[in-house]
Design a protein. Structure first.
Length: 125
């Protein structure tokens, strides 16, 4: 006799169907399906918010990356570098800090990375 295969989303839909039927309590259903009550309530809320497509696994990828320098800051760095092509990262950072003290500026190494990525570094031979 072959094993019965089922996908996780199918099991979640079975769980939601039982919840909507209302014959058993959430606690009993969660016990039968082997999940915590917190998870049961989470899947019920997702189903009510988005229907059957909402019960599939969502991406765990972060929505934002705190390590990325905002575009406007990068543009200011590159604009100042265009005005002063011989200035290095530390001098660029110092000037921008004096011009805009209210702004939080990244480190000098980040300035260097931004300038280098734009292809504006001077290589010595």
């Amino acid at each position: 006799m072959p094993w019965n295969e089922s996908r996780v989303s199918d099991e979640r839909l079975k769980f939601i169907a039982e919840v909507l039927r209302g014959a058993e309590s959430m606690t009993d259903l969660c016990l039968v399906f082997g999940i915590s009550r917190k998870t049961g309530y989470k899947w019920r809320a997702r189903y009510h918010a988005g229907g059957p497509p909402a019960v599939v696994d969502m991406s765990r990828r972060p929505h934002t990356n705190p390590q990325v320098t905002p575009t406007d800051i990068s543009n200011q760095i590159l604009a100042l570098r265009a005005e002063h092509p011989t200035w290095g990262a530390r001098k660029l950072r110092a000037r921008l800090q004096r011009l805009h003290p209210e702004q939080h500026w990244p480190s000098a190494s980040t300035f260097h990375t931004i300038v280098k990525r734009a292809g504006l570094t001077i290589t010595s031979q």
